[in-house]
Structure formats: structure tokens, C-alpha cells
Design a protein around this ligand. Structure first.
Ligand code: NAD
Length: 325
């Protein structure tokens, strides 16, 4: 198969590209490099530097490469930013997705995998959160993903576009050659490892008065290669119909547990200070992923946060300046 990967120079996309190439697929990456890195793109993939807001650029890529499927990772991704600048999300994220989908339909590309999010589930009624949970997006970011999910529903009904929406919880970890390098970095595990490397000096824990075992928020961390495997399985299942899956390990770890584990793994003192709660942070977010396990036989290989942190640490130690090194 030939697969066009939007956002394939970014954190998760670049790891999925690495695995797709490992399974013998041919890959074209479409990325504006606003957050991505050309060095993260596997050398066997074609890299097109282009922006999804530029409809002609997408048409050109689909015309030239005629992919069998698209994986759509490219997005603005920050919940907090979306609460301050909603149009970047309700506007750009939706418009760029619409451009891509419209161009796909025009070029007869009828398979797509969308990176969706746990941010669809604000104030969930049950924990772990499975696919039957009511959807209440927690921010304009989550809403933009939900709008794209709904577009896909209609494109399936009207044009037969087969889709998989994968709602990731917290992606983390690294492969030997690809890891997480965002600017700004707001994700807990890379931040904690940067503190272990000396910059910044400390990490802030946002609130320690949540109703959890140590008062800090509980999150479900999924290794990026387990996430990549889920994409490959979902791609193989698309011809049997469209599907939606929540993706996590089904086990939660508190912020303090993550920091303590990182101290053990790195052998370094990681300074942490307690700050106020962040608006909109739920106490616990854990995925119920039984559906993808049963339907696609997906089994995470790195279910424990320790292994996830170990892999990330190896990458950060080898690349202390990220991809600029
Ligand atoms: N990282 C997580 O824990 C997590 C959790 C849930 C969902 N997601 C979703 O997964 C996807 C990938 O996340 P990530 O952490 O790898 O993000 P990332 O920022 O590392 O990757 C996104 C990539 O898209 C590119 N991009 C952004 N806007 C673009 C545009 N208009 N045109 C072309 N390229 C553009 C960026 O340059 C970047 O390379 C995103 O859609 C995100 O919303 C991530």
C-alpha cells in the first residue's frame, strides 16, 4: 500500500511512518514542519513540505502520489491554547481537515485514519472510559476532533469513505531513533526528563488535592509504538467497515508516580513543585480499550509506565537538544 501521512514529521506520526516502512508500506509525509522535524522523517519516506490550509498543495500531493489510504495526524494539539484561541482550533483544525477530506473524495481516496483524543470525554460518567461514554468535548481542541469524526461519519454514508477514529489518551515513550520534541513541551514525561537533564530546573505539579491515591491527577500513558501498532491493525481492518476506538493501557498513574518513576529510571533528583490546579483538568482519565483488543487483537507491548519512561529516557539522553542535535 501507499499511505499519505499528514503530520508525519511530528512525534506520533514519525513513529507510525517508521513502523509502516518496517512492514513494507510505501509512505508519503505531508507536513508544514510547524512542530515537526525533517530529521524525524524516515529516510525511505517522501517528505512534502506543505500546509493543509493550502488546498492546491494537498491536491498536488494526492494527484502525484495516488495513495491507497491517508493517516491524518497534522493538527494543532494544545488543549490550553484552544481555550485561549478557539479559532485556531474550531477554525484551522476543522478547515485543514475539511480540505484534506474534500481532496481525498475528489481523488477517490477512501481510507483514512484520524488521530482523535480523550478530550472528547469531559466529566465522564464511567471509568475506564469506553466507546459507549457520552461525548462532551472538553475544549475547542476536542470539539475540532469531534467535528472531524462527524464529517467522517457522513462521508462514509454518502461516499463510502472507510475511516477509523483512534482516540488516544496520553502518548509517550520513544523508539531508538524517534522521540518527543515539541516547542513548547507541555507533556509530563518529556518535561520531567528535560528536568532530569538540567533544563528546565523544575516541573510543576498542577494540584495535589484531587480525590486520587496521592492527590495528583491520574492519566493513562500509552507507548507510542503500541499506538503505531493500533494504526496498522486499524488500517488492515478498514475494508471490513469504519470504526471508532479508545486507546490507552487501561491503567492509570498519578503525576507523582510518574515523577518518582522517572527519578528511579534516571537516577537523578527531579525537582518538582506544587502549583494550583489547571482549569479543566479532570482528576482521572483512563481508557477502556477492550473493543480494539477484541476486534483487532491489539495487545500493548509496553503497558507499564516504567518501560515507557525508560524508552523515552534513552532517547532524551541520546538527543538532549531534541532533533536539533
Ligand atoms: N501526543 C498525544 O498524547 C496525543 C493525544 C491525543 C491525540 N493526539 C493527536 O495526535 C496527533 C499527533 O500528535 P503529536 O503529539 O504527534 O503532535 P505533533 O505536533 O508532534 O505532530 C503534528 C504534526 O503536524 C504538523 N502540522 C500541524 N499543522 C499542520 C498543517 N496545517 N499542515 C501540515 N502539517 C501540519 C506539525 O508540523 C507536526 O509535525 C494530533 O492530531 C493530536 O491532536 C495526540
Amino acid at each position: 500500500m501507499k499511505i499519505l501521512v499528514t503530520g508525519g514529521a511530528g512525534y506520533i506520526g514519525s513513529v507510525v511512518v517508521e513502523q509502516l516502512i518496517g512492514t513494507g508500506e510505501s509512505v508519503v509525509v505531508f507536513d508544514n514542519l510547524s512542530q515537526g522535524h525533517s530529521a524525524a522523517v524516515h529516510p525511505s519516506a517522501v517528505l512534502i513540505k506543505g500546509d493543509l490550509s493550502d488546498r492546491a498543495a494537498i491536491d498536488g500531493a494526492l494527484n502525484e502520489h495516488r495513495p491507497d489510504a491517508v493517516m491524518h495526524f497534522a493538527s494543532r494539539t494544545l488543549v490550553g491554547e484552544s481555550m485561549e484561541k478557539p479559532f485556531l482550533y474550531l477554525g484551522n483544525n476543522v478547515r485543514t481537515g475539511l480540505n484534506l477530506l474534500e481532496s481525498m473524495v475528489e481523488h477517490g481516496v477512501k481510507r483514512v485514519i484520524l488521530s482523535s483524543t480523550a478530550n472528547l470525554f469531559d466529566r465522564p460518567e464511567r471509568m475506564p472510559i469506553d466507546e459507549s461514554e457520552r461525548i462532551i468535548p472538553g475544549s475547542p481542541y476536542g470539539e475540532s476532533k469531534f467535528i472531524l469524526e462527524r464529517m467522517l461519519y457522513w462521508l462514509d454514508r454518502i461516499y463510502g469513505v472507510r475511516f477509523a477514529c483512534l482516540r488516544y489518551f496520553n502518548a509517550a515513550g520513544a523508539t531508538a531513533t524517534r522521540g518527543e520534541d515539541h516547542d513548547p513541551e507541555l507533556h509530563l514525561i518529556p518535561l520531567v526528563l528535560q528536568v532530569a537533564l538540567g533544563k528546565p530546573e523544575k516541573v510543576t505539579i498542577f494540584g495535589e488535592d484531587y480525590p486520587t491515591r496521592d492527590g495528583t491527577c491520574v492519566r493513562d500513558y500509552i507507548h507510542v509504538t503500541d499506538l503505531a501498532q493500533a494504526h496498522i491493525l486499524a488500517l488492515g481492518a478498514l475494508d471490513r467497515g469504519s470504526r471508532l476506538y479508545n486507546l490507552g493501557n487501561g491503567e492509570g498513574f498519578t503525576v507523582k508516580e510518574v515523577i518518582d518513576t522517572a527519578r528511579e529510571v534516571t537516577g537523578r533528583a527531579i525537582r518538582a513543585e506544587i502549583g494550583p490546579r489547571r482549569a479543566g483538568d479532570p482528576a482521572v482519565l483512563v481508557a477502556g480499550s477492550d473493543k480494539i483488543r477484541k476486534e483487532l487483537g491489539w495487545v500493548p507491548q509496553f503497558p507499564h509506565v516504567r518501560e515507557i519512561i525508560e524508552s523515552a529516557w534513552r532517547w532524551h539522553k541520546a538527543n538532549p537538544g531534541g532533533y536539533l542535535n
